[in-house]
Design a protein around this ligand. Structure first.
Ligand code: EPU
Length: 422
């Protein structure tokens, strides 16, 4: 088992590069099922979830060749299976994105309920995916341990999402590229990863309009070509590094290779709480601030305050003057990590599973911790970096699902952090 050992309280300054976005990268592998031509993927983050997506694609009959760090070429070999391998499906929720393209190309697919971070009610539902495929003409059977979807021919459909869903929007948008007729998706998610995916699909022959707005129209086509997809920078990583720099508040931190426009909600919050920052086209500078003030946030779909940034903001508020209400509206288990922050000295009152009040500023001290999930795990790393003493964080597979080479990159800012194997 690997763990992180962090000696906190060190000054952080210098430069850090943002990697490609996990939640954009994961979507390129399933769509490769829709073309026989090669796809070159660049700026690919080398993280565990992407390795699982590569393994899934290989299991389904593709070749994934590493060209150099962060660049792979995907090429169809032969279609080998209609079962999504359970051991892979169990490891990451984005595995659900393979279902539609496989159904469109093989007319049948079996898969168990997808895994991933345990952050939402029960086993994070997939009803909106199943309803969408059913509207496209698929027969959906719920078996004892599997779902079975069959469709001789999928057809375009009018689909309204009762709740905004990111992967649901991406899944049905991608599948609709390859079905007969026109599909209209309504009440779609607008996260930047969605127009990025649509732009790439259009560049290889798809006909998608409206991605990045609540209504997306897709005209099915007979075939898709190959092409090159450069993964957009990870806005969650960039925002998290910005909050880490603001919370440690000692030197200048330059965050490079990012897209500040994808984080406007965070800059609006920084303006309110007094963080001293500068934006340029592809970088963010966080400078020492006089005093950080408290601020209430409510998580919301893009362009609102991303749930994936909530845990880092909660840590930042432990260093702010005053009381902040953190209202997590998307997932009901995403505030449970606050118990670990409280053990580290934070003053946090849990009002209910969706709301906590953080009273700051508080001094944080070291603890032995276990990373509960990806974003909470990263928030604990952040807390350990600002705490006094040595913190040990276990179960870092969860963190490495989404952050490439984290310890080495943070060392570049002056952090005292080691990844060890036991
Ligand atoms: N939902 C349903 N039924 C469905 C699908 C979703 O009720 O069929 C509910 C979920 O339970 C949740 C809400 O809808 O309450 C939103 O879920 P959504 O489907 O948008 O989440 P997701 O697509 O599974 C993506 C990201 C998440 C990110 C959310 C929200 C990927 C691979 N995952 O998840 O990223 O938190 O959107 O922005 O793109 C992460 O990176 O740590 C992460 C969890």
């Amino acid at each position: 088992m690997e763990k992180l050992i962090i000696n906190g309280g060190k000054d952080l300054e210098g430069k850090i590069q943002v990697k490609g976005a996990k939640n954009a990268a994961l979507k390129i592998f399933p769509l490769a099922l829709l073309t026989k031509e090669p796809i070159l993927v660049t700026n690919l983050p080398e993280i565990e979830d992407c390795r699982r997506a590569e393994e899934m694609l290989i299991a389904l009959g593709h070749r994934v060749k590493k060209i150099k760090h962060g660049t792979v070429e995907i090429q169809f070999k032969n279609r080998t299976c209609i079962n999504l391998p359970a051991d892979l499906v169990n490891k990451f929720r984005a595995s659900i994105l393979f279902v539609g393209p496989l159904l469109a190309s093989c007319q049948e697919v079996y898969f168990p309920h997808p895994g991933g971070c345990v952050i939402g009610a029960g086993t994070r539902p997939i009803d909106m995916f199943l309803d969408g495929f059913s509207k496209m003409g698929a027969r959906v059977e719920i078996l004892e341990n599997n779902y079975r979807l069959t469709a001789k021919k999928l057809k375009g459909a009018d689909i309204f999402f009762p709740k905004i869903t990111v992967t649901g929007t991406e899944s049905l948008m991608t599948t609709a590229c390859f079905v007969d007729g026109v599909t209209v998706l309504k009440n779609c998610a607008m996260e930047p990863e969605i127009p990025a995916l649509a732009d790439f699909l259009n560049s290889i022959g798809a006909q998608i309009q409206g991605a990045g707005t609540p209504i997306i129209k897709i005209k099915g086509v007979k075939e898709l070509k190959g092409g090159e997809y450069k993964i957009i920078p990870d806005r969650i990583e960039a925002g998290t590094f910005a909050m880490l720099a603001a919370a440690s508040n000692n030197g200048e931190v330059l965050i490079e290779n990012c897209e500040p426009l994808h984080l406007e909600v965070l800059w609006a919050a920084f303006d309110k709480i007094g963080v001293n920052y500068r934006l340029s086209k592809n970088s963010i500078s966080i400078l020492p601030s006089k005093k950080i003030l408290s601020y209430d946030i409510t998580t919301h779909e893009y362009p609102g305050f991303a749930t994936d940034l909530q845990s880092a903001f909660t840590v930042l508020m432990t260093q702010a003057h005053g009381s902040s209400l953190i209202h997590e509206t998307i997932y009901d288990r995403r505030l449970l990590f606050c118990d670990s922050l409280t053990q580290m000295g934070a003053n946090i009152i849990m009002a209910d599973p969706h709301r906590v009040v953080v009273n700051g500023p508080t001094k944080m001290h070291s603890r032995k911790l276990v990373s509960p999930d990806l974003r909470a795990g990263m928030a604990l790393v952040m807390a350990a970096l600002i705490a006094q003493g040595q913190t040990e964080i276990d179960n870092i597979y969860q963190i490495e699902r989404g952050y490439e080479n984290l310890a080495e990159r943070l060392k570049g800012l002056g952090a005292d952090i080691k990844r060890i194997k036991e």
